[in-house]
Ligand binder design. Structure first.
Ligand code: BES
Ligand code: ZN
Ligand code: ZN
Length: 529
Protein backbone atom coordinates (compact mmCIF):
# COMPACT_ATOMS: atom_id res chain seq x y z
CA UNK A 1 0.00 0.00 0.00
CA UNK A 2 1.52 3.26 -1.06
CA UNK A 3 0.37 6.75 -0.34
CA UNK A 4 3.58 8.68 -0.79
CA UNK A 5 2.19 12.02 0.23
CA UNK A 6 0.47 10.69 3.35
CA UNK A 7 1.92 11.74 6.70
CA UNK A 8 -0.83 12.25 9.25
CA UNK A 9 -2.63 9.80 11.55
CA UNK A 10 -5.84 10.61 9.68
CA UNK A 11 -4.15 9.67 6.47
CA UNK A 12 -2.91 6.36 7.85
CA UNK A 13 -6.44 5.59 9.06
CA UNK A 14 -7.83 6.43 5.66
CA UNK A 15 -5.29 4.23 3.96
CA UNK A 16 -6.49 1.33 6.15
CA UNK A 17 -10.11 2.10 5.28
CA UNK A 18 -9.55 2.16 1.55
CA UNK A 19 -8.21 -1.20 0.59
CA UNK A 20 -6.05 -1.21 -2.50
CA UNK A 21 -6.12 2.57 -2.93
CA UNK A 22 -2.57 2.93 -3.91
CA UNK A 23 -0.88 5.73 -5.65
CA UNK A 24 -1.60 9.35 -6.21
CA UNK A 25 1.36 9.90 -8.48
CA UNK A 26 0.84 9.68 -12.23
CA UNK A 27 3.40 6.97 -12.74
CA UNK A 28 2.82 5.33 -9.35
CA UNK A 29 3.21 1.60 -8.94
CA UNK A 30 0.30 -0.77 -9.29
CA UNK A 31 -1.28 -1.97 -6.07
CA UNK A 32 -0.42 -5.37 -4.74
CA UNK A 33 -2.93 -7.94 -5.96
CA UNK A 34 -3.97 -5.89 -8.96
CA UNK A 35 -2.02 -6.03 -12.16
CA UNK A 36 -2.14 -3.31 -14.77
CA UNK A 37 -3.68 -4.39 -18.03
CA UNK A 38 -6.15 -6.67 -16.29
CA UNK A 39 -9.71 -6.61 -17.61
CA UNK A 40 -11.86 -3.73 -16.35
CA UNK A 41 -12.43 -0.13 -17.13
CA UNK A 42 -10.57 3.02 -16.45
CA UNK A 43 -12.45 6.10 -15.33
CA UNK A 44 -11.53 9.71 -16.06
CA UNK A 45 -13.06 12.30 -13.72
CA UNK A 46 -12.67 16.05 -13.94
CA UNK A 47 -12.13 18.36 -10.99
CA UNK A 48 -12.35 22.15 -11.05
CA UNK A 49 -9.71 24.32 -9.48
CA UNK A 50 -10.82 25.42 -6.05
CA UNK A 51 -12.68 28.72 -5.86
CA UNK A 52 -12.18 29.00 -2.11
CA UNK A 53 -8.88 28.85 -0.31
CA UNK A 54 -9.76 25.70 1.60
CA UNK A 55 -8.15 23.55 -1.12
CA UNK A 56 -11.22 21.30 -1.24
CA UNK A 57 -11.83 19.54 -4.56
CA UNK A 58 -14.65 20.98 -6.65
CA UNK A 59 -16.02 17.88 -8.28
CA UNK A 60 -18.13 17.75 -11.41
CA UNK A 61 -21.51 16.10 -10.87
CA UNK A 62 -20.07 12.76 -12.05
CA UNK A 63 -17.13 13.19 -9.68
CA UNK A 64 -19.48 14.05 -6.83
CA UNK A 65 -21.61 10.97 -7.47
CA UNK A 66 -18.56 8.71 -7.63
CA UNK A 67 -17.16 10.20 -4.42
CA UNK A 68 -20.51 9.59 -2.68
CA UNK A 69 -20.34 5.98 -3.82
CA UNK A 70 -16.99 5.76 -2.05
CA UNK A 71 -18.34 7.50 1.04
CA UNK A 72 -16.15 10.58 0.44
CA UNK A 73 -12.88 8.71 0.14
CA UNK A 74 -11.92 10.19 -3.22
CA UNK A 75 -12.23 13.71 -1.84
CA UNK A 76 -10.24 12.74 1.23
CA UNK A 77 -7.48 11.09 -0.80
CA UNK A 78 -7.23 14.04 -3.12
CA UNK A 79 -6.81 16.49 -0.29
CA UNK A 80 -4.13 14.29 1.25
CA UNK A 81 -2.23 14.22 -2.01
CA UNK A 82 -1.39 17.89 -1.90
CA UNK A 83 -2.63 21.16 -3.36
CA UNK A 84 -5.64 21.20 -5.71
CA UNK A 85 -4.99 19.88 -9.18
CA UNK A 86 -3.98 22.47 -11.76
CA UNK A 87 -5.50 22.49 -15.25
CA UNK A 88 -4.47 19.35 -17.17
CA UNK A 89 -2.64 17.79 -14.20
CA UNK A 90 -3.65 14.35 -12.98
CA UNK A 91 -3.69 11.98 -10.06
CA UNK A 92 -4.21 8.27 -10.54
CA UNK A 93 -5.86 5.98 -8.01
CA UNK A 94 -5.83 2.23 -8.34
CA UNK A 95 -8.31 -0.18 -6.78
CA UNK A 96 -10.77 2.37 -5.43
CA UNK A 97 -13.77 0.64 -6.97
CA UNK A 98 -14.18 -2.85 -8.34
CA UNK A 99 -15.66 -1.68 -11.66
CA UNK A 100 -12.88 0.83 -12.22
CA UNK A 101 -9.48 -0.58 -11.33
CA UNK A 102 -7.87 2.74 -12.23
CA UNK A 103 -9.34 6.19 -11.78
CA UNK A 104 -7.66 9.27 -13.23
CA UNK A 105 -8.68 12.59 -11.70
CA UNK A 106 -7.73 15.52 -13.90
CA UNK A 107 -7.78 19.29 -13.38
CA UNK A 108 -10.36 21.23 -15.42
CA UNK A 109 -9.39 24.77 -14.45
CA UNK A 110 -12.03 27.28 -13.38
CA UNK A 111 -15.61 26.10 -13.10
CA UNK A 112 -17.05 29.24 -14.65
CA UNK A 113 -14.73 29.30 -17.68
CA UNK A 114 -16.65 30.15 -20.86
CA UNK A 115 -16.08 32.30 -23.93
CA UNK A 116 -12.85 34.21 -23.53
CA UNK A 117 -13.09 37.18 -25.87
CA UNK A 118 -9.40 37.95 -25.74
CA UNK A 119 -8.53 34.42 -26.75
CA UNK A 120 -11.41 34.05 -29.24
CA UNK A 121 -12.42 30.64 -28.01
CA UNK A 122 -14.61 28.93 -25.46
CA UNK A 123 -12.12 28.29 -22.68
CA UNK A 124 -14.43 25.95 -20.79
CA UNK A 125 -14.68 23.63 -23.81
CA UNK A 126 -10.94 23.80 -24.46
CA UNK A 127 -10.27 22.93 -20.80
CA UNK A 128 -12.53 19.90 -21.03
CA UNK A 129 -10.94 18.67 -24.30
CA UNK A 130 -7.49 19.00 -22.77
CA UNK A 131 -8.32 17.39 -19.42
CA UNK A 132 -10.11 14.44 -20.99
CA UNK A 133 -7.35 13.89 -23.57
CA UNK A 134 -4.70 13.85 -20.84
CA UNK A 135 -6.75 11.50 -18.67
CA UNK A 136 -7.49 9.06 -21.50
CA UNK A 137 -3.83 8.92 -22.53
CA UNK A 138 -2.93 8.03 -18.98
CA UNK A 139 -5.40 5.14 -19.12
CA UNK A 140 -3.79 4.10 -22.41
CA UNK A 141 -0.35 4.10 -20.77
CA UNK A 142 -1.80 1.73 -18.16
CA UNK A 143 -2.88 -0.57 -21.02
CA UNK A 144 -6.52 -0.58 -19.99
CA UNK A 145 -8.65 -1.18 -23.11
CA UNK A 146 -11.76 0.75 -22.11
CA UNK A 147 -12.30 4.07 -20.39
CA UNK A 148 -15.42 5.77 -19.11
CA UNK A 149 -15.26 9.54 -19.34
CA UNK A 150 -16.89 12.18 -17.14
CA UNK A 151 -18.92 14.45 -19.47
CA UNK A 152 -17.66 17.39 -17.36
CA UNK A 153 -20.84 19.34 -18.15
CA UNK A 154 -20.24 19.24 -21.92
CA UNK A 155 -20.36 15.73 -23.33
CA UNK A 156 -19.47 16.89 -26.85
CA UNK A 157 -16.24 18.57 -25.74
CA UNK A 158 -15.43 15.56 -23.55
CA UNK A 159 -15.91 13.12 -26.45
CA UNK A 160 -13.78 15.32 -28.69
CA UNK A 161 -11.03 15.38 -26.07
CA UNK A 162 -11.11 11.60 -25.74
CA UNK A 163 -11.22 10.72 -29.44
CA UNK A 164 -8.76 13.43 -30.56
CA UNK A 165 -6.45 12.85 -27.60
CA UNK A 166 -6.10 9.12 -28.18
CA UNK A 167 -5.53 9.33 -31.94
CA UNK A 168 -2.12 8.45 -33.29
CA UNK A 169 -0.95 7.43 -36.76
CA UNK A 170 0.74 4.08 -36.22
CA UNK A 171 -0.51 2.28 -39.32
CA UNK A 172 2.97 1.36 -40.52
CA UNK A 173 4.57 0.38 -37.20
CA UNK A 174 4.74 -3.20 -36.01
CA UNK A 175 4.51 -2.10 -32.38
CA UNK A 176 1.32 -0.11 -31.85
CA UNK A 177 -0.08 1.68 -28.82
CA UNK A 178 -2.91 -0.30 -27.17
CA UNK A 179 -6.36 0.57 -28.48
CA UNK A 180 -8.52 2.32 -25.88
CA UNK A 181 -12.25 2.72 -26.40
CA UNK A 182 -13.72 5.77 -24.71
CA UNK A 183 -17.31 5.66 -23.44
CA UNK A 184 -19.53 8.18 -21.74
CA UNK A 185 -19.75 7.76 -17.94
CA UNK A 186 -23.48 7.82 -17.24
CA UNK A 187 -26.00 7.90 -20.05
CA UNK A 188 -27.91 11.15 -19.81
CA UNK A 189 -25.95 12.94 -22.54
CA UNK A 190 -25.44 10.07 -24.96
CA UNK A 191 -26.56 11.87 -28.13
CA UNK A 192 -24.35 14.86 -27.39
CA UNK A 193 -21.39 12.58 -26.62
CA UNK A 194 -21.96 10.76 -29.93
CA UNK A 195 -21.95 14.07 -31.79
CA UNK A 196 -18.54 14.84 -30.28
CA UNK A 197 -17.26 11.41 -31.33
CA UNK A 198 -18.36 12.07 -34.93
CA UNK A 199 -16.77 15.54 -35.02
CA UNK A 200 -13.49 14.19 -33.63
CA UNK A 201 -13.45 11.18 -35.93
CA UNK A 202 -13.83 13.62 -38.83
CA UNK A 203 -10.74 15.51 -37.72
CA UNK A 204 -8.89 12.22 -37.18
CA UNK A 205 -9.67 11.20 -40.76
CA UNK A 206 -8.01 14.40 -41.98
CA UNK A 207 -5.06 13.78 -39.64
CA UNK A 208 -4.69 10.26 -40.98
CA UNK A 209 -4.66 11.39 -44.62
CA UNK A 210 -2.20 14.22 -43.88
CA UNK A 211 0.17 12.13 -41.77
CA UNK A 212 0.34 9.15 -44.13
CA UNK A 213 3.43 9.10 -46.37
CA UNK A 214 3.09 10.48 -49.88
CA UNK A 215 3.87 7.07 -51.40
CA UNK A 216 0.77 5.71 -49.61
CA UNK A 217 -1.57 8.64 -50.20
CA UNK A 218 -1.16 9.37 -53.90
CA UNK A 219 -3.95 11.32 -55.68
CA UNK A 220 -5.84 8.14 -56.61
CA UNK A 221 -5.36 6.56 -53.16
CA UNK A 222 -6.68 9.74 -51.52
CA UNK A 223 -9.77 9.70 -53.72
CA UNK A 224 -10.41 5.99 -53.13
CA UNK A 225 -10.06 6.41 -49.37
CA UNK A 226 -12.67 9.16 -49.33
CA UNK A 227 -14.93 7.22 -51.69
CA UNK A 228 -14.75 4.23 -49.36
CA UNK A 229 -15.70 6.41 -46.36
CA UNK A 230 -18.74 7.69 -48.24
CA UNK A 231 -19.85 4.41 -49.78
CA UNK A 232 -22.54 3.65 -47.23
CA UNK A 233 -24.40 6.95 -47.69
CA UNK A 234 -27.14 6.74 -50.32
CA UNK A 235 -27.36 10.55 -50.56
CA UNK A 236 -23.70 10.98 -51.57
CA UNK A 237 -22.23 10.74 -55.08
CA UNK A 238 -18.49 10.58 -55.59
CA UNK A 239 -16.88 11.27 -58.97
CA UNK A 240 -13.21 10.41 -59.36
CA UNK A 241 -12.37 12.45 -62.47
CA UNK A 242 -9.30 11.25 -64.40
CA UNK A 243 -6.75 13.32 -66.33
CA UNK A 244 -8.77 13.12 -69.57
CA UNK A 245 -11.72 14.81 -67.82
CA UNK A 246 -9.42 17.50 -66.39
CA UNK A 247 -8.15 18.15 -69.93
CA UNK A 248 -11.65 18.51 -71.38
CA UNK A 249 -12.41 20.99 -68.59
CA UNK A 250 -9.48 23.10 -69.84
CA UNK A 251 -7.91 23.26 -66.40
CA UNK A 252 -4.54 24.29 -67.82
CA UNK A 253 -3.13 25.66 -64.57
CA UNK A 254 -3.85 22.48 -62.58
CA UNK A 255 -2.54 20.27 -65.41
CA UNK A 256 0.68 22.28 -65.67
CA UNK A 257 1.55 21.34 -62.06
CA UNK A 258 0.47 17.71 -62.43
CA UNK A 259 2.49 17.04 -65.57
CA UNK A 260 5.79 17.21 -63.67
CA UNK A 261 4.93 14.00 -61.81
CA UNK A 262 4.66 10.34 -62.76
CA UNK A 263 1.49 10.10 -60.62
CA UNK A 264 -1.61 10.99 -62.64
CA UNK A 265 -3.78 13.83 -61.28
CA UNK A 266 -7.33 13.31 -60.05
CA UNK A 267 -10.15 15.80 -59.67
CA UNK A 268 -12.31 14.52 -56.84
CA UNK A 269 -15.91 15.74 -56.83
CA UNK A 270 -18.30 14.89 -54.01
CA UNK A 271 -22.01 15.69 -53.90
CA UNK A 272 -23.67 15.34 -50.50
CA UNK A 273 -27.41 15.85 -50.86
CA UNK A 274 -28.66 16.28 -47.33
CA UNK A 275 -30.90 19.28 -48.07
CA UNK A 276 -34.68 19.21 -48.19
CA UNK A 277 -34.47 19.55 -51.99
CA UNK A 278 -31.73 18.12 -54.14
CA UNK A 279 -31.69 21.39 -56.09
CA UNK A 280 -31.23 23.65 -53.03
CA UNK A 281 -28.13 25.82 -53.57
CA UNK A 282 -25.17 23.96 -52.12
CA UNK A 283 -22.30 25.03 -49.95
CA UNK A 284 -19.20 24.39 -52.08
CA UNK A 285 -15.95 23.36 -50.42
CA UNK A 286 -12.70 23.38 -52.39
CA UNK A 287 -9.44 21.92 -51.03
CA UNK A 288 -5.84 22.06 -52.22
CA UNK A 289 -4.77 18.47 -52.77
CA UNK A 290 -1.02 18.44 -53.41
CA UNK A 291 -0.13 14.98 -52.11
CA UNK A 292 3.54 15.94 -52.17
CA UNK A 293 5.04 19.39 -52.75
CA UNK A 294 8.75 19.21 -53.56
CA UNK A 295 8.53 22.76 -54.95
CA UNK A 296 9.09 21.48 -58.50
CA UNK A 297 11.95 23.12 -60.42
CA UNK A 298 11.97 25.85 -57.73
CA UNK A 299 12.95 22.98 -55.45
CA UNK A 300 12.43 23.32 -51.70
CA UNK A 301 15.33 22.77 -49.27
CA UNK A 302 15.55 19.08 -48.33
CA UNK A 303 15.33 19.70 -44.57
CA UNK A 304 11.70 19.42 -43.51
CA UNK A 305 10.52 18.61 -47.03
CA UNK A 306 8.84 15.43 -45.73
CA UNK A 307 6.17 17.64 -44.10
CA UNK A 308 4.97 18.48 -47.60
CA UNK A 309 3.18 15.11 -47.66
CA UNK A 310 0.52 17.10 -45.79
CA UNK A 311 0.16 19.66 -48.56
CA UNK A 312 -3.18 18.03 -49.33
CA UNK A 313 -4.44 19.29 -45.94
CA UNK A 314 -7.03 21.50 -47.64
CA UNK A 315 -8.46 18.54 -49.54
CA UNK A 316 -8.22 16.35 -46.42
CA UNK A 317 -10.07 18.80 -44.17
CA UNK A 318 -12.86 19.66 -46.62
CA UNK A 319 -13.46 16.02 -47.66
CA UNK A 320 -13.39 14.88 -44.02
CA UNK A 321 -15.85 17.66 -43.17
CA UNK A 322 -18.23 16.29 -45.81
CA UNK A 323 -17.84 12.72 -44.50
CA UNK A 324 -18.70 14.14 -41.06
CA UNK A 325 -21.64 16.16 -42.37
CA UNK A 326 -23.02 12.99 -43.95
CA UNK A 327 -22.58 11.05 -40.69
CA UNK A 328 -24.39 13.82 -38.82
CA UNK A 329 -27.10 13.92 -41.53
CA UNK A 330 -26.79 17.71 -41.75
CA UNK A 331 -29.80 19.11 -43.63
CA UNK A 332 -28.03 20.93 -46.47
CA UNK A 333 -26.36 20.17 -49.78
CA UNK A 334 -22.57 20.29 -49.92
CA UNK A 335 -20.29 19.86 -52.91
CA UNK A 336 -16.63 19.06 -52.32
CA UNK A 337 -13.98 19.67 -54.97
CA UNK A 338 -10.38 18.51 -54.59
CA UNK A 339 -7.77 18.89 -57.32
CA UNK A 340 -5.19 16.22 -56.41
CA UNK A 341 -1.66 15.90 -57.81
CA UNK A 342 2.02 15.96 -56.92
CA UNK A 343 4.38 18.90 -57.50
CA UNK A 344 7.62 17.36 -58.73
CA UNK A 345 10.68 18.45 -60.72
CA UNK A 346 11.15 16.62 -64.03
CA UNK A 347 11.71 17.17 -67.73
CA UNK A 348 7.98 17.76 -68.06
CA UNK A 349 7.60 20.07 -65.08
CA UNK A 350 6.64 23.75 -65.16
CA UNK A 351 9.70 26.00 -65.56
CA UNK A 352 9.96 29.48 -64.00
CA UNK A 353 8.60 31.95 -66.55
CA UNK A 354 6.24 29.46 -68.25
CA UNK A 355 2.79 30.79 -69.04
CA UNK A 356 -0.30 28.58 -68.59
CA UNK A 357 -4.01 29.19 -69.21
CA UNK A 358 -6.63 28.67 -66.48
CA UNK A 359 -10.20 27.44 -67.04
CA UNK A 360 -11.60 30.99 -67.18
CA UNK A 361 -9.15 31.94 -69.95
CA UNK A 362 -6.82 34.00 -67.76
CA UNK A 363 -3.14 33.48 -68.45
CA UNK A 364 -0.74 32.92 -65.55
CA UNK A 365 3.01 33.40 -65.52
CA UNK A 366 4.54 30.71 -63.33
CA UNK A 367 7.35 32.72 -61.81
CA UNK A 368 7.92 30.23 -59.01
CA UNK A 369 6.94 26.58 -59.44
CA UNK A 370 6.66 26.23 -55.65
CA UNK A 371 3.63 28.53 -55.67
CA UNK A 372 1.68 25.62 -57.18
CA UNK A 373 -1.32 25.47 -54.83
CA UNK A 374 -2.86 28.61 -56.27
CA UNK A 375 -2.58 27.12 -59.78
CA UNK A 376 -4.68 24.09 -58.81
CA UNK A 377 -7.12 26.27 -56.91
CA UNK A 378 -7.52 28.77 -59.76
CA UNK A 379 -9.07 26.04 -61.92
CA UNK A 380 -11.01 24.42 -59.10
CA UNK A 381 -12.48 27.79 -58.08
CA UNK A 382 -13.55 28.50 -61.68
CA UNK A 383 -15.26 25.09 -61.74
CA UNK A 384 -16.91 25.79 -58.35
CA UNK A 385 -18.90 28.59 -60.00
CA UNK A 386 -20.93 26.01 -61.97
CA UNK A 387 -23.12 25.12 -58.98
CA UNK A 388 -24.98 28.31 -58.05
CA UNK A 389 -23.33 28.01 -54.63
CA UNK A 390 -24.66 29.59 -51.43
CA UNK A 391 -21.03 30.09 -50.55
CA UNK A 392 -17.66 28.89 -51.79
CA UNK A 393 -15.11 28.09 -49.09
CA UNK A 394 -11.65 26.87 -49.99
CA UNK A 395 -8.97 25.54 -47.65
CA UNK A 396 -5.31 25.27 -48.56
CA UNK A 397 -1.87 24.87 -46.99
CA UNK A 398 -1.05 27.75 -49.28
CA UNK A 399 1.82 29.82 -47.94
CA UNK A 400 4.73 29.61 -45.53
CA UNK A 401 4.00 33.32 -45.00
CA UNK A 402 0.73 32.41 -43.26
CA UNK A 403 2.72 30.38 -40.74
CA UNK A 404 5.08 33.31 -40.25
CA UNK A 405 2.14 35.66 -39.65
CA UNK A 406 -0.01 33.71 -37.18
CA UNK A 407 1.87 30.48 -36.46
CA UNK A 408 -0.45 27.72 -35.33
CA UNK A 409 -2.72 30.01 -33.31
CA UNK A 410 -5.38 30.47 -35.99
CA UNK A 411 -6.35 29.86 -39.58
CA UNK A 412 -6.11 32.97 -41.74
CA UNK A 413 -9.43 33.78 -43.44
CA UNK A 414 -9.56 35.99 -46.52
CA UNK A 415 -13.14 36.68 -47.48
CA UNK A 416 -15.25 39.08 -49.54
CA UNK A 417 -18.28 38.41 -47.31
CA UNK A 418 -18.84 39.60 -43.75
CA UNK A 419 -21.80 37.21 -43.52
CA UNK A 420 -19.50 34.28 -44.26
CA UNK A 421 -16.84 35.63 -41.92
CA UNK A 422 -19.31 35.83 -39.02
CA UNK A 423 -20.42 32.24 -39.48
CA UNK A 424 -16.84 30.92 -39.70
CA UNK A 425 -15.75 33.02 -36.73
CA UNK A 426 -18.63 31.90 -34.51
CA UNK A 427 -18.06 28.26 -35.45
CA UNK A 428 -14.36 28.55 -34.62
CA UNK A 429 -14.99 29.93 -31.12
CA UNK A 430 -16.90 26.78 -30.30
CA UNK A 431 -14.39 24.36 -31.79
CA UNK A 432 -11.30 26.10 -30.42
CA UNK A 433 -9.63 26.05 -33.86
CA UNK A 434 -9.72 29.84 -34.08
CA UNK A 435 -9.75 31.96 -37.23
CA UNK A 436 -8.37 35.42 -37.90
CA UNK A 437 -9.57 37.73 -40.67
CA UNK A 438 -6.92 38.78 -43.19
CA UNK A 439 -7.09 41.48 -45.89
CA UNK A 440 -8.04 41.18 -49.55
CA UNK A 441 -6.89 44.71 -50.46
CA UNK A 442 -6.50 45.96 -54.02
CA UNK A 443 -2.97 46.79 -52.81
CA UNK A 444 -2.08 43.09 -53.10
CA UNK A 445 -4.03 42.54 -56.32
CA UNK A 446 -1.82 45.12 -58.07
CA UNK A 447 1.22 43.11 -57.04
CA UNK A 448 0.05 39.97 -58.83
CA UNK A 449 -1.57 41.58 -61.89
CA UNK A 450 1.50 43.67 -62.75
CA UNK A 451 2.98 40.84 -64.79
CA UNK A 452 5.28 41.01 -67.84
CA UNK A 453 4.01 38.08 -69.95
CA UNK A 454 0.54 37.11 -68.69
CA UNK A 455 -2.63 38.42 -67.02
CA UNK A 456 -1.39 37.45 -63.60
CA UNK A 457 1.82 36.19 -61.97
CA UNK A 458 1.76 33.34 -59.47
CA UNK A 459 3.89 35.37 -57.03
CA UNK A 460 3.69 38.94 -55.79
CA UNK A 461 6.16 41.33 -57.43
CA UNK A 462 7.72 42.15 -54.05
CA UNK A 463 8.22 38.43 -53.58
CA UNK A 464 8.06 37.67 -49.85
CA UNK A 465 6.26 40.77 -48.54
CA UNK A 466 2.70 39.92 -47.50
CA UNK A 467 3.04 36.47 -49.10
CA UNK A 468 -0.22 35.08 -47.68
CA UNK A 469 -2.08 38.21 -48.88
CA UNK A 470 -0.69 38.19 -52.43
CA UNK A 471 -1.60 34.49 -52.68
CA UNK A 472 -5.17 35.32 -51.62
CA UNK A 473 -5.26 38.24 -54.09
CA UNK A 474 -4.22 35.80 -56.83
CA UNK A 475 -7.11 33.44 -55.95
CA UNK A 476 -9.53 36.37 -55.97
CA UNK A 477 -8.80 36.77 -59.70
CA UNK A 478 -10.67 33.48 -60.23
CA UNK A 479 -13.70 34.28 -58.06
CA UNK A 480 -16.89 36.12 -58.98
CA UNK A 481 -19.09 34.66 -56.21
CA UNK A 482 -20.41 37.11 -53.60
CA UNK A 483 -19.73 34.78 -50.68
CA UNK A 484 -16.25 33.32 -50.93
CA UNK A 485 -13.69 32.59 -48.25
CA UNK A 486 -10.13 31.36 -48.63
CA UNK A 487 -8.72 29.63 -45.55
CA UNK A 488 -4.92 29.53 -45.48
CA UNK A 489 -4.23 26.59 -43.16
CA UNK A 490 -0.44 26.35 -43.61
CA UNK A 491 0.21 27.56 -40.05
CA UNK A 492 -2.19 25.09 -38.42
CA UNK A 493 -1.11 22.14 -40.60
CA UNK A 494 0.84 20.42 -37.84
CA UNK A 495 1.00 20.35 -34.06
CA UNK A 496 4.11 20.28 -31.93
CA UNK A 497 2.62 20.75 -28.46
CA UNK A 498 0.53 23.90 -28.89
CA UNK A 499 -2.83 22.14 -28.92
CA UNK A 500 -2.63 19.94 -25.82
CA UNK A 501 -5.41 17.56 -26.89
CA UNK A 502 -3.66 16.69 -30.16
CA UNK A 503 -0.53 14.58 -30.19
CA UNK A 504 2.49 15.76 -32.16
CA UNK A 505 1.91 15.44 -35.88
CA UNK A 506 -0.46 16.60 -38.59
CA UNK A 507 -3.36 18.38 -36.96
CA UNK A 508 -6.36 18.05 -39.30
CA UNK A 509 -7.38 21.59 -38.39
CA UNK A 510 -9.86 23.15 -38.98
CA UNK A 511 -12.08 20.15 -39.91
CA UNK A 512 -14.43 20.55 -36.92
CA UNK A 513 -14.85 24.24 -37.71
CA UNK A 514 -15.86 23.45 -41.30
CA UNK A 515 -18.42 20.96 -39.95
CA UNK A 516 -19.73 23.39 -37.34
CA UNK A 517 -19.91 26.10 -40.01
CA UNK A 518 -21.92 23.80 -42.31
CA UNK A 519 -24.19 22.87 -39.39
CA UNK A 520 -24.85 26.57 -38.69
CA UNK A 521 -25.48 27.26 -42.36
CA UNK A 522 -28.00 24.44 -42.47
CA UNK A 523 -29.90 26.22 -39.70
CA UNK A 524 -29.61 29.64 -41.28
CA UNK A 525 -32.97 29.94 -43.02
CA UNK A 526 -32.19 33.45 -44.25
CA UNK A 527 -30.10 31.94 -47.00
CA UNK A 528 -27.85 34.97 -47.66
CA UNK A 529 -27.24 35.02 -51.40
N1 BES B 1 2.83 24.19 -49.66
C1 BES B 1 3.57 25.38 -49.61
C2 BES B 1 3.24 26.26 -48.41
C3 BES B 1 3.51 25.68 -47.05
C4 BES B 1 4.68 25.98 -46.39
C5 BES B 1 2.56 24.93 -46.40
C6 BES B 1 4.90 25.49 -45.12
C7 BES B 1 2.79 24.45 -45.13
C8 BES B 1 3.95 24.72 -44.49
C9 BES B 1 3.34 26.22 -50.87
O1 BES B 1 3.09 25.48 -52.02
C10 BES B 1 4.58 27.01 -51.10
O2 BES B 1 5.60 26.43 -51.25
N2 BES B 1 4.44 28.32 -51.11
C11 BES B 1 5.55 29.18 -51.28
C12 BES B 1 5.09 30.38 -52.09
C13 BES B 1 6.23 31.27 -52.52
C14 BES B 1 7.08 30.56 -53.52
C15 BES B 1 5.63 32.52 -53.12
C16 BES B 1 6.01 29.61 -49.89
O3 BES B 1 5.19 29.82 -49.03
O4 BES B 1 7.22 29.72 -49.69
ZN1 ZN C 1 4.80 24.85 -53.07
ZN1 ZN D 1 2.17 23.59 -51.73
Amino acid sequence: MLLPCVRSVAARRLARDVPRACSCSPQGPSPRGYSRGAAGKGLVLGVYSSEKNDGAAQFTSAGDAFDKLLAGKLRALLSLCGPPLKKGKTRVFHGLHQDFPSVVVVGLGKKNAGINDQENWNEGKENIRTAVAVGCRQIQDLEIPCVEVDPCGDAQAAAEGAVLGLHEYNELKQKKKPVVTPQLHGSAENAVWQKGVIYAEGQNLARYLMEAPANYITPIKFAEHIEQKLRSFSNVKVHIRPESWITTQEMGAFLSVAKGSAEPPIFLEIHYLGGANTNDSPLVFVGKGVTFDSGGISLKPSSGMDAMRADMGGAATVCSAIVTAAALKLPLNIIGLAPLCENMPSGKANKPGDVVRAKNGKTIQVDNTDAEGRLLLADALCYAHNFNARAIVNAATLTGAMDVALGSAATGVFTNSSWLWTHLYEASILTGDRVWRMPLFEHYTKQVTDCPLADVSNIGKYSRAGGACTAAAFLKEFVTATHWAHLDIAGVMSNKDEVPYLRKGMAGRPTRTLVEFAARLSQDSHNAK
